[in-house]
Write a protein that binds this ligand. Structure first.
Ligand SMILES: C[S@@+](CC[C@H](N)C(=O)[O-])C[C@H]1O[C@@H](n2cnc3c(N)ncnc32)[C@H](O)[C@@H]1O
Length: 319
């Protein structure tokens, strides 16, 4: 018999091979309301915390992650749930194909918990962490062709500055890009962090390279492109009444999710001056929460990485 949340051993998370704490876990459970036997896709398995919670509630869960190391860890962690759990390595931008091939449609709920996990940041020398020695890689999926080092060492200065400005929302992007180009070849994560610190100085507690690292990660993994691709697929995979929950940590992601959900929750998308609808658009979703759900002060105190999280949930309409 598969375990429930009550008989899971209460081990420290590192025993399960992960240091990642799931963000907004209770809120996700309340809003996805998993039911025994229901089908759920966790598109960002990470350390497996949310997948485990959905399984503990009795669901069947298809967990995806682009990162093969995460997949290995999560497979191990979810072994006790037997064939109610399937863990596959895939970018979630292929979710429709993967779910179809796995015979896992339609689904009752889909979760996307975007970005990177604490495991990637803390356990592995893959260039995500600022001061870590090791290569400046940052690929979730190491089989992808471009690493962060490729971008940093080959992009023209103007393009590098634009990338840092757009994805990092870093207003010192031009100065940073100039310093990077002058320091080429940049040999690793710690080297890049030092170059940026020398270029812009240090104020406050947050390292001055933080936004640049975020920008490079988003670009290397085409995180916004993947999100854009998956949202319509996810909505189409849901059965009527099924719910899509997305946790984002970045304003560009949150805006994309918000605009997608709002658009899909509206019948006609014609400009207001049109008296008769020409577009024929029919709402497919209902917004479950108009405002994003954010972590409580207690959660932020317990897990500071949750502080910028925003959860949006929409429900598939019938028809
Ligand atoms: C914030 S963590 C998820 C944590 C997870 N919810 C948990 O409770 O442990 C995000 C994970 O999503 C993965 N990821 C990010 N973008 C992805 C994509 N486009 N396709 C598949 N996995 C992705 C990352 O590799 C990372 O492991």
């Amino acid at each position: 018999m598969s375990p429930t949340s009550l008989d899971l051993p209460n081990l420290p998370t590192s025993v399960a091979g992960t240091v990642h704490r799931p963000v907004l876990e209770q809120e996700v459970l309340t809003l996805l309301a998993p039911r025994p036997g229901g089908r759920y896709i966790d598109g960002t398995a990470g350390g497996g915390g949310h997948s485990e919670a959905l399984l503990a509630a009795g669901g069947q869960v298809l967990s995806l992650d682009a990162d093969p190391n995460a997949v290995q860890r999560v497979r191990q962690r979810l072994l006790p749930f037997g064939d109610r759990s399937r863990v596959l390595q895939s970018n979630f931008r292929h979710m429709a194909t993967v779910a179809q091939q796995a015979g896992f449609i339609p689904v009752d709920g889909i979760l996307l918990d975007l970005g990177l996990s604490s495991d990637q940041l803390e356990l592995e020398g893959r260039g995500f962490a600022l001061m870590a020695d090791g290569p400046l890689d940052m690929r979730f999926d190491p089989s992808q062709p471009l690493s962060a080092a490729d971008l940093v060492n080959t992009l023209p200065e103007g393009e590098l500055a634009d990338l840092i400005y757009t994805y990092g929302e870093e207003h010192l992007s031009r100065r940073i890009a100039r310093a990077i180009v002058q320091a080429r070849p940049v040999e690793g994560a710690a080297h890049l962090a030092r170059v940026i610190e020398r270029a812009v100085g240090r104020r406050g507690r947050i390292h001055p390279a933080t936004k640049t690292f975020q920008a490079l990660r988003i670009a290397v993994n085409d995180e916004l492109g993947a999100l854009q691709d998956v949202l319509p697929q996810a909505a189409a995979l849901l059965r009527p009444g099924g719910r899509l929950a997305v946790i984002s940590f970045h304003s560009l992601e949150d805006r994309m999710v918000k605009q997608f959900m709002q658009r899909e929750a509206q019948d006609c998308l014609c400009p207001p001056e049109m008296l008769i609808c020409q577009c024929g658009h029919v709402a497919t979703l209902r917004l479950v929460s108009r405002k994003p759900v954010v972590p409580s002060a207690e959660e932020i105190a317990r897990n500071p990485r949750s502080r910028s999280a925003k959860l949006r949930v929409a429900e598939r309409l019938a028809g």
